[in-house]
Write a protein that binds this ligand. Structure first.
Ligand SMILES: [Zn+2]
Length: 352
């Protein structure tokens, strides 16, 4: 059977296509896995951008282009194999290595012998085990070379954000629903699972913020469970204005309760975002477990102001009951969204 996903279809596959397109920055209105008009438009725009046949349908060729386009440098190790590894991560690597003078050959998105030789030359010069495999160690060295030296680029970037702070309307919010896929997260005594609840709350946040004119992108689909670094990499690639990760707290003791929010200690704007969300959550009457600086990889690796929010404890029977009620979940999502709005409204560097 040949793969063909077309207008009118409604399935998990359509949802997967949509989430890949969204992650690439294409606008899709549908949230239900229906191949609607906006999906067709996004498919056509994607096909145009890849210089492939523009028919608005997702056949085998468009699908493999989508898969290739979804790879971000750092998502996986790159090495010489048959058939050749292919994807936009390979292309990015070729561009970076060529720009640095390592001659990775033609920039075609295929990891061939030229790519391997260039990786080896790079590794040799930077004192990395010379194995021709572009893995995490090589990635960190390469990125460190170009953007993320602590105290310089990241800091400068925050100053710029502060100076040119966008309004919520027109800004890009990256929402990260915690866990997912095989990782269901923590569980409540009554059977709730964190991954599903986070997904539900994230979708509601997206609706509220989209209504307010923001663009919202997710770090995963409903069925995926990317790693922390993949989530951060997606957010960075999307170049979001802010990043909000949704989790639920847990504790061995069932009576632990309340809302907490976390930010990266080096980020003043992250702190402001976290505080603002925390204030709105306790406004719902949830116990205040405060906002805290944490060096979580997710908060550290995301380059925009970021907050990780745990609106309550899934292990607390009363809070689990609250989470099982769609109206209460809507309330939590409204509060988090209100915190995001307030962050955008608070102009200027006051309080820093
Ligand atoms: Zn969690």
């Amino acid at each position: 059977m040949t793969l063909l996903i077309k207008p009118g279809d409604r399935s998990q596959r359509v949802a997967d296509v949509q989430s890949r397109l969204r992650a690439l920055g294409f606008q899709i209105d549908d949230e239900t896995g229906s191949f609607d008009r906006s999906t067709t438009q996004a498919v056509r725009a994607f096909q145009q951008s890849r210089s492939i046949l523009v028919d608005g349908l997702v056949g085998p060729n468009t699908w493999s282009e989508l898969v290739e386009a979804s790879w971000r440098l750092g998502d996986r190790s790159l090495y010489l194999t048959r058939p050749l590894m292919r994807g936009d991560d390979v292309l990015k690597l070729q561009q970076l290595l060529n720009a640095l003078g390592y001659d990775a050959g033609r920039e075609d998105g295929l990891f061939g012998p030229d790519g391997e030789r260039a990786v080896r030359r790079f590794q040799k010069e930077y004192g990395i085990t010379e194995d021709g495999i572009f893995g995490p160690e090589s990635h960190i060295s390469l990125i460190g070379l170009r953007v993320d030296r602590p105290g310089t680029a990241a800091r400068l970037r925050e100053e710029l954000i502060l100076a040119e702070r966008a309004d919520l309307s027109g800004s890009l919010i990256v929402v990260d629903p915690g866990h997912g896929g095989p990782d269901t997260g923590d569980h409540g005594a009554d059977g709730s699972n964190e991954a599903q609840l986070c997904w539900d709350i994230a979708v509601r946040i997206a609706e509220v913020l989209a209504d307010a004119g923001a663009k919202v992108r997710f770090t995963r689909t409903e069925i995926e469970g990317p790693t922390t670094s993949e989530r951060a990499a997606r957010a960075n690639e999307l170049d979001g204005d802010i990043f909000v990760s949704v989790h639920l707290n847990s504790h061995d003791e069932g009576d632990a309760a309340g809302a907490s929010t976390y930010f990266f200690g080096g980020s003043r704007l992250g702190e402001r975002l976290a505080d603002s969300i925390q204030q709105e959550l306790i406004g719902l009457g949830i116990r205040d477990c405060r906002s805290h600086a944490r060096a979580y990889a997710l908060l550290k690796e995301t380059r925009m102001p970021a907050a990780l929010v745990e609106p309550c404890f899934i292990t607390n029977p009363e809070e689990e009951k609250m989470l099982q009620d769609p109206l209460q979940r809507a309330g939590i999502a409204e509060a988090i969204s209100a915190g995001v709005k307030r962050y955008f409204e608070s102009k200027g560097p006051e309080g820093t």
